[in-house]
Structure formats: C-alpha cells, structure tokens
Design a protein around this ligand. Structure first.
Ligand code: TXA
Ligand code: MG
Length: 313
C-alpha cells in the first residue's frame, strides 16, 4: 500500500480482501469496540516488524494479540483457573489478559518483546470478530496511531496519524467504548495486577479476584506504560473549571466548553468521546487544551489515566 489512503468496506468482499492482505503478511487497520487496531499476523516476524515501523514504536513495548476464540488463546498462552474465569466472564470484550506464553506457540518474538508473557484478548466487535474468523490466525494489533499520539476511534483519526502511508482501514464508524482495553496481569502462582485501567473497572475485577498483589514481580511488568502518551501535540491543562486564554476547552457535565464529553456527566459517554475530543483539539487553531475535572470512580479512572499522560507530554 503506498501513497494513498484507502478504506475497505466491512461487507463480505471487504473482509475477504482484508483477510487476504493479512494472510500475505500485510497490515490492515480494523475497528474494535475500544479503538482502531493496526493488525498483522502475529506468527510472522516480517509482518510484526511492519507494525513497529509504521507506528514508530520502540521495540521494547510488546503488542496485544487478538484471538478469535478462547480455544485459540489457550493454544498461545497458559490459562489457569483465574484466567479461565475472567475469560468466561469478559470475553469477547475489552479485557486483555497477560499470561505465560506457551512454548512453541509460534508467536513472533517481537510481539512479546522477548518477555515470557503474552497479552491476549478476544475483541467484541462484529467486524473484528468476522475478520479474525476469516484469517483464522492470531493477530497482533496495537492502537492504530503513531507511537505516543492519541489513539483513533474513527477512520479519519487513523489517516490523520499515519498520513499518506496509512495502511488500508476497514470502515467501522465510531468505536463504542473509545478507550483501550483494561489490561490485567495474572501470576500463575496466584495474584493479579491492573496494568492499564480501561472499560472494565478495577472494582469489577476486585469483586472476582480479591485485592491486587502488592509486589511488582516479573509477571507484573507493563513495559509500554509510558508516562507520556496520548499527546495531542500541544500543552494540556487538567481540572480547569473554565478555559484559560488560548485554550480549546473540553468540558464535562455542567462545565461546558468548545466541546462537552458528556453534558449528562455520564462517564461511559465521556470515555467514548475523549479521543475524538483530543483529536479535535489537536486540529483546532488554539495552542493549548484545557479539560474540566472528571470524577475518578468507575470508568473515570481510565479517563483520568489517559488525561494525565496526555498532560505529561
Ligand atoms: O483496546 C486495546 O487494547 C487496543 C485494541 C486495538 O485492541 N490495543 C492496544 O494496544 O491498546 P497497544 O499496543 O496500544 O497497547 C498494548 C499495551 C502496552 O501498554 C504494552 O505494554 C502492554 O499492552 N503489553 C503487551 N504485552 C504485554 C506483556 N507481555 N506484559 C505486559 N504488558 C504488555
Ligand atoms: Mg496505544
């Protein structure tokens, strides 16, 4: 694919075309319920290398692998009881499990950045699900944006990030959740840790698994959780009750702005709007961005996590 931004329609012919590109070792951008993902077959080093190149991603930051079924996941990783329970409850869905990689699973080493663990999820989006069924291979897919930039929740965000060299994008409209999956690391010896807050709130996991493990053992590493991330390319000021001078104001609830994440103060709606608001702020002629305070409960934890990183740029 060179020099032209192309979309693929999500009908049977389009999915077949996308599957063919992926089987051949190429890249396709697919919609998921969280954000758009830059997909390649996870079993080929050359295909995976293209992901890192396209994103400008450091090679120590491992990728999430998407599976078509729990069965496929069990071929790639070692599932113990807690992993089975989480998958039964939350898959398909926005929960990524970090588990011990199975020896001989055939995953290209670059996918896991040489770690002994692998991050897996089964996405809950009809187009991603159909594509995975058709390809019938595990697909590595990080968010479809240049490294450290704001993740895409619409095809035009993907094109804004990758420019003319963008791989083809399967047209899937807006992503429902709008924030990347919750990532949980599970120690086979017992214990778990939240590596990235997301659409599935920590309280829900605690209710199932009990309290998080205190120590940060090797299993609990999250090498890609950089402080600087989700950057709109201009300063971001948080917890503002009103816009400061020259700011694009992102409001919430009663605090209005150039755009309001949710006038009804609904956190799920705010999450679904966050990245598109940051993309809009990036495009605006205002040199700075202000954001209203967002409550920290439920999905607010994930929203504040992303905002803090956006503001650290
Ligand atoms: O919702 C999502 O998860 C989206 C969609 C496309 O599925 N994907 C996504 O991928 O957000 P990415 O690459 O942007 O984020 C992957 C995160 C990184 O922070 C990385 O450090 C972590 O997953 N990760 C991957 N493998 C890991 C491992 N073995 N151990 C710990 N963290 C891992
Ligand atoms: Mg990302």
């Amino acid at each position: 694919m060179s020099g032209k931004q192309s979309t693929i329609s999500p009908d049977a012919a389009g999915i077949a075309q996308a599957a063919k590109i992926l089987r051949g070792g190429g890249l396709v951008v697919m919609p998921t319920e969280t954000v758009y993902g830059l997909a390649a077959r996870a079993d080929r080093a050359d295909a995976v290398a293209q992901i890192y190149r396209t994103k400008g991603r450091p090679d120590f930051n491992p990728l999430i692998v998407h599976v078509t079924s729990l069965d496929m996941a069990r071929h790639v990783a070692l599932f113990h009881e807690d992993a089975e329970r989480l998958a039964a409850r939350f898959w398909p869905g926005p929960l990524t499990l970090v588990l011990p990689l199975r020896k001989g699973a055939g995953i290209a080493p670059a996918v896991t950045a040489g770690l002994g663990t692998i991050a897996l999820r089964q996405p809950d989006h009809p187009i991603a699900a159909q594509l995975l069924r058709e390809v019938a291979l595990p697909l590595a897919a990080p968010s479809a944006n240049r490294s450290n930039a704001v993740s895409p929740t619409r095809p035009d965000h993907v094109f804004a990030s990758f420019g003319k060299q963008s791989p083809p994008v399967i047209e899937g409209g807006s992503c429902a959740a709008g924030l990347e999956s919750t990532i949980v690391a599970l120690d086979p010896e017992g214990g778990w840790r939240l590596l990235r807050p997301g659409p599935i709130a920590a309280d829900e996991l605690e209710a199932m698994l009990g309290a998080q493990a205190k120590s940060r053992g090797a299993t609990f590493e999250a090498p890609g959780q950089m402080k600087t991330h989700y950057s709109p390319g201009k300063p971001v000021l948080l917890n503002r009750m009103q816009p400061e001078r020259d700011c694009f104001m992102i409001g919430f609830g009663d605090i209005d702005g150039d755009r309001n994440l949710s006038a009804n103060a609904d956190l799920a709606e705010a999450a679904s709007q966050l990245y598109s608001a940051l993309h809009q702020a990036a495009k605006s002629d205002r040199p700075r961005v202000c954001v209203a305070p967002i409550p920290t409960h439920g999905m607010g934890q994930a929203i504040n996590d992303r905002l803090k990183r956006a503001a650290t740029s």
